[in-house]
Write a protein that binds this ligand. Sequence first.
Ligand code: ZN
Ligand code: ZN
Length: 217
Amino acid sequence: MAAIGRDLADVSAVFLTHEHTDHIRGAGPLTKKYDLPLYGTQGTLDCMEKHLPPGARWNTLRREDEVTLGDLRVEAYPTPHDGRESVAFVVHYGEKRLGHATDLGCVDMTVLEKMRHCDALLVESNHDPKLLSAGPYPWPLKKRVGGDRGHLSNQACAGLLHQVKHERLQTVVLMHLSEVNNRLDLVERHARQGLEGCSARLHISRQEAPTPLFSLA
Ligand SMILES: [Zn+2]
Ligand SMILES: [Zn+2]
């Protein structure tokens, strides 16, 4: 946040998708320091309660709930992932829509429907199946990551983009890249193929640095 000139104290709330460590590790310290309200499903809460400080402002979401926060409407939807009760979000601001889909093993009808008609998309492009298969992960983990309740491959991400792209789509951010089982050139090549004919800007988010801020017209 500091790197993009913003302050964590200005954050209104944090929405958690599921309980896997890469997603919840910071939630306890963050809410303790800034008293931020947290939103997540009961399944997520059940798995992470011990990570929360006493008095944490937890708000339970059902998997298809909508929450209004100031000018924003945040809509949760269920994702095919091996968390207890995982979700992703569509954020509405007036007529504008930002669709988010990370930590999902496949693109099901719900994901497809939620990602349509968005002005911006934040989509997982986690791994290249060949690099995953040849890489250092133990076999059960390879099976998990590549499975229908694991993570979205570059190819599956491109397939999703191909199906939902439209002329008003302005920005696509590729997210949740594996540092071990992926390469930036592959991520970009597949996404560009999926987006062929669409003028949306493409950003690739990295673990070590923030993307630039972008605005939606
Ligand atoms: Zn996960
Ligand atoms: Zn994750």
